[in-house]
Design a protein around this ligand. Structure first.
Ligand SMILES: [Zn+2]
Length: 289
């Protein structure tokens, strides 16, 4: 069990699954032709036109609390279209979660950077034909702006085919169980932990900022999907608002480089996180040792 330490915080990781996506999701063919050496140094994991993305949850122990960030896809969901690879999953995620030494009943807070299917699924689990909270004693922190963006009952709701059903099976049951806190996009909920806005990928996307004993980390969710976006922040995958997503990424990269904070995204392959350093032509990624 690898433990990452940031100040007095203890950070662990539970993996649900890994998927392979087309490199073209990030880089189009002409860019690949023109930037062969760039890709060799920035996407060394790109083999046969495929890169690996990890579905993983971060578990933080700090301030005497246990915080779960982005609880993956969950088992037994009906998913279709672009997220068909997550349809009716039956993984042993909860066993891996427990193998980190964490009992779901000991979790104090659950934070979803956003409400795409791969970031909130294990909010719930199926029991006797109902969706019940996986973390029964936790407060689930939903940024109100993000919650409103996905609430299908809101007037003007814009659905996307890859996220149909997620609110119903992974969000609403938490509200009905009385465990949801709808919070502002700037929200300090523990001495060391603050939610901060990072909109674009989704309209209410937020990040979690950890500060402990003068050390910092950011759990950046899908502001970054792959290290290539650190070197080329204008590369973007599907987003609610592409321009906003790129502006947010640039702002966060600057903050990460200036602060020396550890960057822990949702989907990076091994070693799953690292540091953003300034380079002559922008930024470069320094992977965790
Ligand atoms: Zn994601």
């Amino acid at each position: 069990m690898t433990v990452i330490r940031v100040g007095e915080a203890d950070i662990r990781r539970a993996e649900e699954m890994r998927i392979q996506v087309l490199t073209e999701a990030f880089i189009d063919k002409s860019m690949r032709r023109d930037h062969a050496s760039f890709l060799a140094s920035h996407m060394p994991d790109s083999v046969n036109g495929l890169i690996t993305m990890i579905m993983q949850t971060w578990i933080i122990r700090v301030d005497g609390r246990v915080i779960v960030v982005d609880p993956c896809n969950g088992n037994g969901r009906a998913r279709a279209g672009a997220t068909a690879m997550f349809n009716n999953l039956n993984t042993d995620f909860l066993e891996r979660f427990r193998a980190t030494g964490t009992d779901p009943a000991d979790v104090s807070y659950v934070f979803c950077t956003h409400l795409h299917c791969d970031h909130c699924g294990w909010n719930t689990q199926a029991r006797d034909g109902h969706w019940v909270p996986t973390f029964p004693k936790a407060r689930y922190l939903f940024v109100r702006k993000e919650y409103d963006r996905w609430d299908p009952n809101r007037i003007g709701h814009v659905a996307v085919d890859f996220n149909v059903g997620v609110f119903e099976d992974s969000v609403r049951p938490i509200v009905e169980a009385g465990l949801a806190d709808l919070v502002p996009e700037w929200h300090q909920f523990s001495p060391s932990l603050q939610i901060e806005p990072a909109p674009g990928h989704t309209l209410g996307h937020a990040v979690l900022h950890l500060t402990s004993a003068n050390k910092e980390a950011y759990f950046v969710g899908d502001v970054l999907h792959h290290p290539v976006e650190i070197a080329r922040p204008e590369i973007d995958v599907a987003a609610d608002d592409k321009e906003m997503s790129i502006a947010t990424r640039k702002r966060l990269l600057e903050r990460l480089a200036d602060s020396g904070a550890l960057c822990l995204p949702a989907h990076f392959a091994e070693p799953h996180g690292g540091y953003v350093r300034r380079a002559a032509d922008g930024y470069r990624f320094e992977a965790l040792a």
